[in-house]
Design a protein around this ligand. Structure first.
Ligand code: 7TS
Length: 407
């Protein structure tokens, strides 16, 4: 990307211009959440400033307008991931709630005792615990696809585990702790061959790669708005219509019903059956603006620039003595996790923060990954389209400095 183009993109993100401890911010914690462009901030504030109303509930002007914008955001999501229709897009609070919805409604009602669910060793806790809960309550079994030292799934073991008892595979598309991009196309095809459905956790993919649910043929897909330049409090569960039709509601309340009597309640049509209560209206509108923003840059440019950052960061970090990159899969996103000799990641994170560099340290809500590598925590730099090669250099120089300071 030309420098002028990068500067133009950076100028859209007011928060990138802030100072931290007297240094310009270098924001390298994009896997946790991304910054928001002014287009998204304006869409949200405009709703609250000039167009506040509840949706689907009023005939008055503002309510009609809010409904149009809220449903317009859903149409944008349909186009963005190439879903079949609006019926297949359920707004949730985020990836976590999307997976909980699928686990509770699909896992809790359409799977039978003795059925098996496959997850991988590199899942975020939000794609482990909801399945554990449903396994406990329904007598299902959870099995784990292991990975190798590079952080790639053991496909040989996946094939051994994939028996006809496996009814569902829940897999992370891009690992937040390792950066690994899993071969989801192949896994979906093989799982379908055994009659299992597949849920993809696309939280770390959605802002970085084009996702086409019809081409992938995944059965469910979950993602969060706040990791794709949108607000917190909004996410999506995509599900194939025929599956969502069979699933019972996840929560009860207003909006999700057709008729309520004390004798019997009937439910609303898709997707409203799964959207009980006043939905996150401003957040959905913000998500729609975030989709417009991503499309205005284009995935070609996003992928090219992030790949440049990944290659440069991997090379710069690899030169630092004693630094061990955790996650060296052949296909990786711009997420670089590492350990540095005996320096505790929290000490390193604090040291970097003093220089304005924001990284995340800890287990990244993926404790089984850290257990596998025998580490209590790692330091993780994760990049977005607005990061620069200079920020990578700053990070590498500050790590070198930390090395001399701590060792
Ligand atoms: N799945 C993956 C792969 C994630 O990385 C995360 C959040 C989630 C699910 C949960 O998303 P939420 O929006 O519902 O919370 N990951 C991170 C992270 O890596 N650092 O902070 C949050």
């Amino acid at each position: 990307m030309k420098e002028a183009e990068l500067n133009r993109i950076r100028a859209d993100f007011p928060n990138l211009g802030c100072q931290v401890h007297g240094h310009p911010l270098a924001y390298l914690d994009n896997a946790a959440t991304t910054m928001k462009p002014r287009q998204v901030i304006e869409a949200i504030t405009n709703h609250y400033r000039a167009e506040t109303a509840n949706v689907h509930r009023g005939l008055h002007h503002l309510s009609v307008l809010a409904t149009k914008k809220y449903e317009g955001a859903r149409e944008k999501v349909v186009r963005f991931i190439n879903a079949g229709s609006e019926q297949e897009i359920i707004f949730t609070r985020g990836t976590t709630e999307a997976i909980n919805l699928a686990a509770s409604s699909y896992g809790g009602h359409l799977l039978k005792p003795g059925d098996e669910i496959l997850v991988s060793q590199m899942e975020h806790h939000s794609n482990i615990v909801p399945w554990q809960l449903v396994c406990q309550s329904r007598g299902l079994r959870l099995k784990v696809i292991p990975m190798d030292e590079s952080g790639q799934l053991r496909l040989d073991r996946f094939r051994e585990l994939l028996t006809e008892r496996v009814r569902l595979v829940a897999l992370v598309y891009t690992s937040n702790a390792l950066g690994t991009i899993n071969p989801v196309e192949q896994i979906i095809e093989e799982a379908h061959g055994m009659g299992a459905v597949v849920l993809l956790d696309a939280a770390q993919t959605i802002a970085h790669l084009e996702v086409d649910v019809q081409e992938l043929d995944c059965d469910f897909l979950a993602f969060s708005g706040h990791k794709m330049f949108g607000p917190t409090g909004i996410g999506v569960l995509y599900g194939k219509e025929n599956l969502l039709e069979q699933m019972p509601p996840y929560q009860g309340g207003g909006e999700m019903i057709s008729q309520v009597t004390f004798a019997k309640t009937t439910y609303n049509a898709l997707p409203y059956k799964f959207e009980a209560g006043t939905p996150p209206i401003a957040q959905a509108i913000g998500l729609g603006a975030a989709i417009d923003y991503i499309e205005s840059i284009g995935f070609a440019q996003i992928s090219e620039h992030e790949e440049l950052l990944r290659v440069h960061a991997s090379a710069q970090l690899a030169r630092i003595p004693g630094l061990r990159i955790i996650g060296t899969a052949a296909r990786k996103a711009a997420i670089c996790a590492f350990s540095l000799e005996e320096i505790h990641p929290h000490d390193l994170g604090t040291f970097l923060d003093q220089r304005g560099i924001a990284v995340r340290t800890g287990h990244h809500c993926a404790q089984p990954v850290l257990d596998f590598f025998g580490l209590p925590a790692t330091t993780r730099a994760s990049f977005s389209v607005y990061n620069s090669l200079q920020e990578v250099d700053l990070l590498a120089a500050a790590i070198e400095e930390a090395r001399s300071f701590f060792l």
